[in-house]
Design a binder for this molecule. Structure first.
Ligand SMILES: [Zn+2]
Length: 108
């Protein structure tokens, strides 16, 4: 584990910096990993946005105002990405359905 100042700078959010809390042995990280670590349970995350989502879901009662704002921003961002994924998945299914239907009508 390296210093946490660089990981909090990399995060670029309003979330407070992660501490040097030890990462539990249950997590198997690559040697070159530079995770942000949860202050409450020590869970490592690759990005500060994932840490903000974890805090909001697993430690909702222990959040201060800035952590709650970071969670809400991360949650909205995640919702937008999920909505876009669902639209793309629906488009792919419609394309596949009509593609197979037209192929069947031509060759059957
Ligand atoms: Zn945690």
């Amino acid at each position: 584990m390296t210093d946490t100042d660089t990981s909090s700078e990399r995060a670029g959010t309003d979330a407070p910096a992660a501490t040097d809390r030890a990462i539990p042995d249950e997590y198997d990280l690559p040697s070159d990993a530079d995770p942000v670590v949860c202050d409450h349970c020590g869970a490592p995350f690759a990005e500060a946005e994932l840490l903000a989502l974890h805090r909001g879901i697993d430690h909702a009662d222990a959040l201060d105002a800035s952590e709650r704002d970071a969670f809400e921003d991360a949650y909205e961002s995640e919702e937008e990405r999920l909505r876009l994924f669902r639209l793309k998945a629906l488009g792919a299914l419609v394309f596949l359905y009509f593609g197979l239907l037209i192929t069947y009508s031509v060759f059957a």
